[in-house]
Design a protein around this ligand. Structure first.
Ligand code: FAD
Length: 346
């Protein structure tokens, strides 16, 4: 997949913003309809939330798969959309602004990214929750340890093989990883600053079984107050939060996995002039946004009856009129007027 900046002079039919499952699906539909398409994403990998938040979680509700691991679904979408139709993907490229211009063949949507301009006849926004980033630990600066033992994501479980892993957080992802890394890590310590959790009851019960069996060490209510290590994390000092009866403890650890959730925001898209409701882009039944030749699908959209699921995002991406727009590739030289054009190829 391309890590180069896209060519600012190449006008494709469609640019898809977002390489999550729905953006990949939109590229698939563009390929099926013989449109030229590229994808951009601000992250260094494709797959959106599936890659970033839960690559090794089972998904049970994508029709046609009794169950499929998130990263495997991304792998199959990659084959079906990107490889089958040879779709260029420009990663680490964030769409920041939008404008429109004209050439001999009609209107062009110009995306201004942090890696230069991108031109296409239409844009499909499959930006999910926007450009999301992991929440940082409040009250302790982890920056010096990032890349030296502090992690926000679990890409490959194997990376944690044989390591003493300290997981920080009290939600689903912290508890999920406490269980999921049991067969990989040498030891697991789960740290949370409160004694209440925000994870599914069933998962909490499973973790507590492991605590009782001595396979997970639970530190509540504790927070990180110091980290020591030469090349990376070696020792973590934990101070009790609001409980004078507890003592400060020092645990040995090779990795600190911060599972504190993600900040999600429309980010730069909120300045583009879209009609926005509840932090999402309002679309009509053909997935038109309020901007000319800009469609949207997936988690980023809102309409009556909206469901934020992979299956419904796939369906929305099929409704987007991802068709040929360029005269050079179009048998009938006719460009749809405005974003309300009825797709000819549907
Ligand atoms: C823990 C968890 C478990 C889940 N489990 C399930 C499940 O079992 N089944 C199910 O159906 N759904 C599940 N979901 C929901 C599912 O993940 C989402 O519905 C799905 O990811 C939406 O896909 P998307 O492509 O619309 O957005 P995303 O997956 O969010 O992808 C959007 C992409 O757009 C990129 N982007 C955003 N803004 C820009 C920009 N300006 N420039 C460039 N790139 C940009 C982002 O970097 C991101 O990669 C789960 C969600 C979570 C958090």
């Amino acid at each position: 997949m391309s890590t180069t900046a896209p060519d600012p002079n190449e006008v494709l039919d469609i640019t898809v913003i977002g390489a999550g499952p729905v953006g990949l699906s939109a590229a698939f539909w563009a390929g099926m309809r013989e449109a030229s398409v590229r994808i951009i994403d601000s992250l260094p990998e494709i797959g959106g939330q599936l890659t970033t938040l839960y690559p090794e979680k089972w998904i049970f509700d994508v029709p046609g798969h009794t169950k499929i691991m998130a990263k495997d679904l991304v792998g199959q979408l990659k084959q079906q959309a990107l490889e089958q139709f040879d779709v260029p993907v420009h990663l680490e490229t964030t769409a920041e602004k939008i404008s429109w211009e004209e050439d001999d063949e009609g209107r062009i949507v110009v995306l201004h990214t942090d890696r230069g301009e991108i031109r296409s006849r239409a844009v499909v926004i499959a930006g999910g929750h926007g450009a999301f980033e992991p929440k940082k630990l409040p009250g302790f600066d982890m920056t010096p340890w990032e890349g030296r033992g502090a992690h926000y994501l679990v890409g490959e479980k194997e990376f944690f093989n044989g390591k003493r892993v300290m997981i920080v957080g009290g939600g689903d992802s912290a508890f999920d990883w406490a269980l999921n890394l049991l067969d990989t890590a040498e030891s697991i310590t789960l740290v949370h600053r409160r004694d209440g959790f925000r994870a599914h009851e069933a998962t909490i019960a499973q973790v507590m079984e492991q605590v009782e069996a001595g396979r997970v060490t639970l530190r509540i209510p504790y927070e990180i107050s110091e980290i020591e290590g030469a090349d990376g994390v070696e020792k973590v000092t934990l101070s009790p939060v609001g409980d004078d009866t507890l003592e400060t403890v020092v645990d040995e650890a090779d990795a600190v996995l911060l599972q504190l959730g993600f900040k999600t925001a429309l980010g730069p898209l909120k300045e583009w002039g879209f009609e926005v409701q509840k932090g999402a882009l309002v679309v009509d039944p053909l997935m038109n946004t309020s901007l000319e030749n800009v469609w949207a699908c997936g988690d980023i959209t809102t309409f009556d009856g909206k469901l934020k699921l992979i299956a419904t995002g796939f369906a929305e991406s099929a409704s987007v009129p991802t068709q040929r727009f360029n005269l050079s590739t179009r048998p009938t030289p006719e460009f749809p007027a405005g974003s309300r054009a009825k797709p000819e190829t549907l």
